[in-house]
Design a protein around this ligand. Sequence first.
Ligand code: ADP
Length: 686
Amino acid sequence: MSSNRPPFSFSMMVLLVDDQAIVAEAVRRSLAEVADLEFHYCQDPQRAVMLAQQLKPTVILQDLVMPGVDGLELLKQYRAHPALQTVPVIVLSTKEEPKVKAQAFELGANDYLVKLPDRVELVARVRYHSEAYISAKQRDEAFRALRESQHELAARNAALVTLNQQLEEATRAKSEFLANMSHEIRSPMNGVIGMTTLLLDTALNSEQRTFVETVRGCGESLLTIINDILDFSKIEAGRIELENHPYDLRHCVEEACELLSPKAVEKGLDLVVLVDPEMPAVVVGDVTRLRQVVVNLVANAVKFTAKGEVVVAVHATPAPNPAELILNFAVSDTGIGIPRDKQDRLFQSFSQVDSSTTRQYGGTGLGLAICKRLTELMGGKIWIDSDAGRGSTFHFTITVRQGVSEIPAWHRAPVALRGRTILLIEDSSAQRRLVAQCAGLWGLVVIEAASLAEGEARVQAAGPEQIDVVIVDGELLGENLVQGVGHVRQRLAIHAPVLLSTVRRPRAGEAVAFGADGMIVKPVRPALLLEAIVGTVAGGTAQEKRAPVASAFTETLASRLPLRILVADDNAINQMVALMLLNRLGYTADVAANGVEVIKAIDSKVYDLIFLDVRMPEMDGYEAARRICEKWAGDAAARPRIIAMTGNAMQGERERCLEAGMDDYLSKPVRIEELKALIKRWGAKN
Ligand code: ADP
């Protein structure tokens, strides 16, 4: 029998309602061999409906003529009963009676058989109706479940929409909160860092100096953390928009390294920038974000390196689009390195190589995650090549548009310099590479030596008269540089001028250039290297040669670039910080406490540069900038340059300042290096 079973399993149940036990017995026998069938019999028609309701048969076999109750009447009752409405009913009649048959079908019977039906036919009909009934039941059940899950989905969807709205609201609130906090935290930090910087320039005993340095260090770390968190949340919220302006690539990288130079000096590390001389000088892209990535990687390299060097190398390769270029950066260090199995987590947010690193070096673990996202935004990628104990090289690329570049002036050296020979005594191979690269460009010959002893040997081999200038690494000369320089002259026994290349600057009371004929300040910039070599090699007596060097180290930025400056800030401490920082560069500036005072001041005096705080009472910086621009609407070139000074580092702030007519943007806390760079950038344009 089993081979005849339908493809899905169900179990049939037949309820026979008949007053004649003999009929029941015959039917039972007919159905007995069907394995998946359960048979029930009801002799008392009065109990039929109740029994059917209890048993839930898949087919009712209903006799028509019974004492007391008519079979057709029962049929009516089944159809009126909610639980039995759809149960198939096969009417059993004693004979073929068309009238009764029609009546039965009209009342809802599903089939009509004459007693006693043939066994095979009975089984087939029972099976057919049961199957139809069960699949209809299953279909209804499936529909019900579907409807239910549809309702559930709709309800969840509605909940999600509401949640999304709440999240958007929360994100907006968070951004606003961050913007406000950023301002609130940066303003006092400006006071802390600015004042400690100034304090460090006063007479302090060594204990006091340590305390102040600690305060400044803590302030700087706090600021880095605030900046990282802000940046990261901006990137996560997709709120970073890239700028597209022409910029000087070498300058950007050198500026970034100069910011970190004091840290590198403190640790005795060589920090070298090697930009391929073939690179176009000017490219178009987002200089601020590039500087941020470079600063981040160089800061890490300096942080995780105890001795040796940190080298930033840049070269360009063609991009698929000929109007674009791919810039390839490599920041290498000779530090602790990163084990291979830890490298895949590096670029994830909040991840540090191990917790002991965190304890030893601090940090949020956000820097590299930010770098990764920024380089990707700039059309590039970032990866690492490192091993524990072997140092690290972080590579990254970005895509930029080609700019209109001229060949930089320092690429061409005076003819008088061609063919001259430099003796370079320098232990850092990267520094030697940098000088050799430049010298090649200028047609100079370089004799390289990694130590003083090697230099001595080289001089003897080449003949002392062959050397036109000696460049010596100050870090090889010990604590007392004046003595060291004397020692070099004596040991080499040559008359060629000696150029001292060092990270140290002479302090008040120390000999100018430590007694050398000139100084090259590290990190070495090719333009300044050329200036120093030209200054010492190209003619003049020793005395004359020393004079310009002397002035170069005593003159201030203000004496080279005299400017009339106005500072506007409503906060008295911030006013003082700005004035004193400017003072350190040799400038005496006027002060205004709000926009109204700025407008008054420019009506009565001519200024070249105005530093404008954006949030001020009475009239804010944006409005003041707009009014200044209006005043010079006819002659924009004569207008004082306006630089925003703001604690608000959120996205759009820079754009907002530029839209108001300001020329540039300086975020608080103001750092003297950045201030200097800005003055150079805008002061020179007046
Ligand atoms: P943090 O702000 O903690 O420095 P980063 O994302 O910049 O976060 O760096 C994550 C971790 O990667 C660091 O904590 C350090 O363990 C490791 N790391 C990054 N740069 C270097 C490097 N140049 N040498 C060794 N380890 C590094």
